[in-house]
Design a protein. Structure first.
Length: 458
């Protein structure tokens, strides 16, 4: 206990260490606050959108209180779909900062509605959000390096190593005690703001445990790496330079190069291009004979082939069949687009098997339910709802049934998707194995540490 008290006093006596811990505490607090504020803004936006949508729905409902045409009702009635943020979204905003979390759809072509809003400013998206995931992945390693890079080399340079080596130590316990105290201080500065955010967000104990495990393992990896380099380096400056080089390579260069390689090997088009292709198919349908459109439609929807024939220049049955045919014309392209997105995401997850920064990012975004899988789940829920709309409206449109207030009230409602957030256990195991390997190498290096000759110290 006296040794720990002495090490704590030694740590706090250093202005660099005390300043670093205070700066980390402030940055972690700021990241949690920024994440909470971003989520609050999204929730407020959803509230405003919902209120405006309810007003529009009330106006449309009033129009059909005395009955009307189902085709007009399907065309002019927009249906709101939303994807509310999870309780951990403030930790890692992920795709929610780029792709829509609210979309109004109607019974027209689905693909043009899904992808027409998939646009963002690349210059604004490049820096990303300042959230807890950013602080943990990119800033915590720098603070760990600052606190641990000279843990042993400072004793070389001050000439105290011979004295310390003469003391009864087992396996270099003094170094592990010193490193453990610094690790605990870093985790305390990191987890105090996190705990406040988790309580305010109403996170479950399981979710909180998952976040703490990810943060603890990633921080421990950089702590072990700092001890390993510090035990082998000849000076504090050399240790710091090596560790900073490893930080740049492991956290910046390799992930960036790997993502660029994945993007090149698995090209993915733009959703807007898919939406434009679908619209072109629909526009071309205006110039085709109605029989051509119905032939394509009845091929995939034979249950409607015995409905009354279309007479006149325009009919809602033909119009909605044309939109559905336009959707089916780009179905293969849409499937390939989604498949390539999923392949990219899968390979990004595999980067976590080799790169601790990638493992941390992927695990946090999956736990926060803000990754690509969450966005695709939201799109799937919209597609399911759109299919329910078509199934509801088609009998009224194809058989020309009356459509009144009672039928309008029975229109299907959107059911939000259930959160599929989970803890990527394989990434946690990978992080644990990386940390264990680095820790074992550091232990061997510390056991073999020897004082430098006096001439080298000078």
């Amino acid at each position: 206990m006296n040794k720990l008290v002495f090490e704590l006093r030694y740590l706090l006596h250093s202005r660099l260490a005390a300043g670093a811990l205070l700066a980390l505490l402030l940055l972690a607090s700021l990241s949690v606050w920024c994440g909470m504020r971003a989520v609050a803004m999204q929730e407020h936006a959803l509230e405003r959108i919902t209120a405006a949508h309810q007003y529009d729905m009330a106006a449309v409902k009033e129009r059909y209180k005395d009955g009307g045409d189902a085709g007009y009702a399907a065309y002019y009635t927009f249906h709101l779909t939303t994807d509310a943020p999870s309780s951990l979204a403030f930790l890692a905003l992920g795709q929610r900062d780029l792709l829509p979390y609210s979309l109004r759809v109607r019974m027209l072509g689905l693909h043009s509605q899904l992808y027409e809003s998939e646009t963002f400013n690349p210059e604004l998206a490049l820096p990303g959000r300042f959230d807890f995931a950013f602080v943990l992945t990119y800033l915590v390693p720098l603070f760990v390096i600052a606190l641990l890079h000279d843990c042993m080399t400072a004793e070389h340079e001050s000439g105290r190593l011979r004295l310390l080596m003469s003391l009864p130590m087992q396996g270099g316990m003094i170094w592990w005690q010193r490193a453990g105290l610094r690790y605990a201080a870093v985790m305390l500065a990191l987890l105090l703001p996190l705990a406040v955010g988790l309580i305010q967000a109403g996170a479950s104990p399981g979710q909180a445990t998952g976040v703490i495990l990810i943060a603890s393992l990633y921080t421990a990896f950089w702590g072990g790496l700092s001890m390993l380099v510090g035990a082998r380096a000849r000076s504090s400056a050399t240790a710091a330079a090596i560790l900073l080089g490893l930080f740049v390579v492991l956290t910046l260069l390799l992930p960036t190069a790997s993502n660029a390689a994945i993007a090149r090997l698995i090209p993915v088009g733009k959703g807007v291009e898919l939406a434009m292709t679908q619209r072109q198919e629909v526009h071309q349908g205006w110039d085709l004979p109605k029989s051509t459109t119905f032939k394509k439609f009845f091929k995939t929807h034979p249950e409607w082939s015995d409905t009354p024939p279309v007479e006149g220049r325009f009919h809602w049955k033909w119009y909605y069949a044309m939109h559905q045919v336009g959707d089916e014309a780009v179905a293969l392209q849409a499937s390939q687009y989604r498949s390539n997105l999923e392949r990219r995401d899968a390979w990004t997850g595999r980067l976590g098997w080799l790169l601790p920064a990638a493992a941390t990012q992927v695990a946090l975004h999956r736990l926060a339910d803000t990754d690509l899988q969450a966005q695709l789940g939201y799109r799937d829920s919209i597609a399911t709802f759109h299919a329910r709309l078509r199934q509801y409206y088609y009998p009224f449109v194809f058989f020309e049934r009356p459509f009144g207030a009672q039928e309008f009230a029975a229109i299907p409602s959107y059911v939000p998707r259930k959160s599929e957030a989970d803890l990527r256990v394989e990434l946690l195991v990978t992080l644990a194995l990386m940390t264990l390997l680095v820790g074992l190498c550091a232990a061997l290096a510390i056991r073999n540490i020897r004082p430098l000759p006096d001439t080298e110290v000078e």
